[in-house]
Design a binder for this molecule. Structure first.
Ligand SMILES: C[S@@+](CC[C@H](N)C(=O)[O-])C[C@H]1O[C@@H](n2cnc3c(N)ncnc32)[C@H](O)[C@@H]1O
Ligand SMILES: [Zn+2]
Length: 272
């Protein structure tokens, strides 16, 4: 079966998860499009994703950044985090990653979950979603805005939001009544060696983000995952390119690091 036909078959099977982001009508797959009852339509790209944006959005998250993220994630840098999340996800059936980037977190987490698990990834960056679609077929990849998603109310029993912005009203709308939001945020040590090399000693804490989470969701679990990973020069190069931390720094930033700290909080919340 051709790649596009395989993707369309996966889309068809899961069309019930979708609603039109313009008029909220149900949608179905017809030919190479997703179409709603009011004839709004969204193209299914041959490369294996659907574009739900009304207008293209230019973001600073570009192909170079996503390729660097892909390289770093594939190196195993986030494996301990994937393991923790997979344990939380086990038993759920429909998982959406909101702000999925190049898609590797979602793919690695699904690989670790023993039960069948529908995977949907959404990101506003077409570059990210195209990279995701290139690497993983059995996932519904969507270009879209997490503030106005193309998903039905209560469609998912788990939503993941990994180092990405949150829109809690929209997340609660698409979660089932028992559904859980898993939000991954940096804690004070996250990439500290890189931050120190770029900015010097600048302390960071995530208290505001946690408070915002708690004012929107009932926090039912919180876990801090902290460890160091060894680096070679190849990984350092990708690390510098993969993060917004270096956006305001000159191009040929010369950083020497032997290891990097991963220090993330995993927040689990339910609708109140
Ligand atoms: C730091 S990256 C994290 C990506 C991925 N979760 C990861 O950890 O590799 C933040 C992501 O949020 C996405 N993003 C920002 N605003 C968004 C929006 N309004 N809707 C969907 N995605 C958005 C960006 O395009 C980017 O891929
Ligand atoms: Zn419509």
């Amino acid at each position: 079966m051709k790649k596009i036909d395989q993707f369309k078959a996966y889309m068809k099977k899961h069309e019930w998860l979708f609603q039109c982001p313009i008029c909220q009508e149900a949608m179905s797959v017809e030919e190479n499009r997703y179409v709603c009852g009011n004839n709004h339509s969204f193209d299914i790209a041959k490369k294996g994703y659907v574009n739900f944006m009304m207008q293209p959005v230019k973001t600073k998250y570009d192909k170079t950044l996503f390729e660097a993220r892909h390289h770093i994630i594939e190196s195993g840098m986030y494996s301990p985090v994937h393991k923790e999340i997979a344990e939380l996800v086990e038993g759920s059936h429909h998982l959406v990653d909101l702000g999925c980037g190049e898609g590797s977190h979602l793919a690695h987490i699904r690989q670790r979950v023993p039960n069948p698990l529908t995977g949907v990834g959404l990101d506003i960056s077409k570059e990210g979603v195209m990279t995701a679609a290139k690497n993983h077929l059995d996932t519904v990849w969507c270009v879209g805005d997490l503030a106005q998603t193309p998903f039905k109310g209560s469609a998912f029993d788990t939503a993941l939001n990994f180092l990405s912005p949150a829109r809690y009203d929209e997340f609660k709308r698409i979660l089932s009544p028992e559904g859980r939001l898993i939000k991954v945020i940096p804690n004070s040590g996250y990439l500290k060696e890189l931050r120190e090399a770029v900015y010097g000693d600048e302390p960071y804490d995530n208290q505001d983000t946690v408070e915002l989470f708690e004012s929107n969701m009932k926090l039912v679990d919180r876990k801090r995952v902290t460890y160091q990973m060894p680096l070679n020069q190849d990984l350092v190069t990708s690390l510098v390119k993969m993060t917004p931390l270096t956006w305001n720094v000159e191009e040929d930033l010369d950083v020497e690091l032997n290891e990097i700290t991963v220090d993330l909080d995993i927040l689990v919340g339910v609708r109140e």
